[in-house]
Design a binder for this molecule. Structure first.
Ligand code: 1HN
Length: 375
């Protein structure tokens, strides 16, 4: 049976709830509502879709639109007043929860030279991807790290963390990513401020990278058993070099080009329990095939330019633009340049989907794997 007629068949013939309203039923529903109850057949089709139907919509947040506004917040509020000076990204499909896509939050945080944000910890897992500026640093459970453009940093759930920018630095902007909406949906979120404004630096600066950031090597006899990576900072230099080395030996993925996951070096698994991250390189002129996955994705273009087609909608992006792919939407990526590569950083909730046995992916079977552009 062709897909189209099967869809029609299941809606019309085996479609679950199909009860027409009558005066008697309307009165009955009102009676049920009065005692805090309802008839399942009035909501069944909505709460049990045949397949994931995201309320989030594909969005591109252009840095050209956001950067000036983000910098202006420096003059409007201090980190002391704001706690964190962050402009969050909103998804028009679900502005009632502060989420950029699905159950993932994202925002752009800005700090001026000499500023310091106070230390805290929470149930939410967080990450930063550095967009611009010199002199930023963060301290995660006493591990102080220096941060440069395109570095990827973890602040796993439960770790004390604070950030700052050196006096002799420049204004710094980074993308924050958190699973805050998921924590709130699960009603599982705690939040604590550090008894002192700033926690002590208890290890050598950048010690986590020096211990755990060596390719193919780990400290002998190490017994790391936490649910997150002991490597807190993934520097851009070795990351970009790894993409180029991989590209010399592989054609990459038909869906994602030269695509590598950031991993916990102690386990080879995702960097945190709820959030995973990856980096991909699209070679000059590369146009990937479309597929869809159960899970939500936030991408940042960290090099080059191009566009993605998400459920038939074309979103153009260039360096520092952020865009989202909602769950179960077909997506394909294009590097428009004939001479330069394009790189996309992404974080996602696949560790949650995989841990719960919910992950699926599907290639677009028709039209040689490419979607028609509808908008
Ligand atoms: C948070 O802790 C930070 O530590 C940034 O910089 C953004 C958004 C919601 C909740 C906690 C940070 C956040 C956040």
């Amino acid at each position: 049976m062709a897909t189209e007629s099967y869809d029609a068949y299941r809606e019309d013939v085996i479609g679950r709830a199909n009860v027409a309203d009558t005066d008697a039923l309307r009165a009955y529903y009102a009676e049920l509502k009065h005692v805090h109850a309802g008839a399942l057949w009035t909501v069944a089709n909505k709460i049990e879709p045949w397949e994931p139907k995201s309320e989030s919509v594909p969005v591109v947040w252009r840095y050209a639109d956001l950067r000036e506004k983000v910098l202006r917040s420096i003059d409007l509020v201090t980190p002391e007043q704001a706690g964190r000076r962050v402009i969050y990204l909103e998804n028009p499909g679900r502005s009632e929860v502060v989420a950029a896509v699905g159950w993932l939050y994202s925002g752009l945080q800005v700090m001026h030279p000499g500023e310091l944000a106070s230390s805290h910890r929470h149930s939410a897992s967080a990450l930063r991807f550095i967009m611009e500026g010199e002199g930023a640093y963060t301290n995660v459970d006493g591990h102080k790290m220096t941060l440069g453009a395109n570095d990827f940093v973890l602040t796993p759930n439960g770790t004390w963390h604070e950030h700052g920018v050196r006096e002799d630095g420049t204004p710094c902007i980074w993308q924050d990513g958190l699973d805050i909406p998921l924590m709130n949906a699960l009603e599982a979120g705690f939040y604590e401020v550090h008894p002192e404004l700033q926690q002590a630096v208890t290890y050598a600066v950048d010690d986590s990278t020096l211990h755990w950031g060596n390719p193919g090597l780990r400290p002998a006899g190490s017994d790391w058993s936490k649910r997150y990576s002991p490597l807190f900072k993934y520097e851009w230099g070795p990351t970009y070099e790894a993409l180029q080395r991989f590209a010399r030996a592989s054609d990459g993925s038909p869906f994602d080009g030269i695509h590598m996951d950031y991993v916990n070096p102690a386990t080879g698994g995702a960097v945190m329990a709820t959030i995973g991250a990856s980096i991909q390189m699209l070679r000059p002129g590369e146009h990937t095939k479309a597929h869809r996955q159960v899970g939500s994705f936030l991408y940042q273009c960290c090099k080059g330019s191009g566009h993605s087609i998400i459920n038939g909608q074309r979103l153009d992006w260039q360096e520092r633009d952020i865009f989202c792919v909602p769950s179960w939407m077909f997506h394909e990526h294009v590097n428009a340049s004939a001479s330069d590569d394009a790189c996309l950083f992404a974080f996602h909730d696949l560790p949650v989907m995989k841990a719960l046995g919910l992950y699926r992916e599907q290639a677009l079977g028709e039209n040689d794997g490419h979607q028609p552009i509808v908008s």
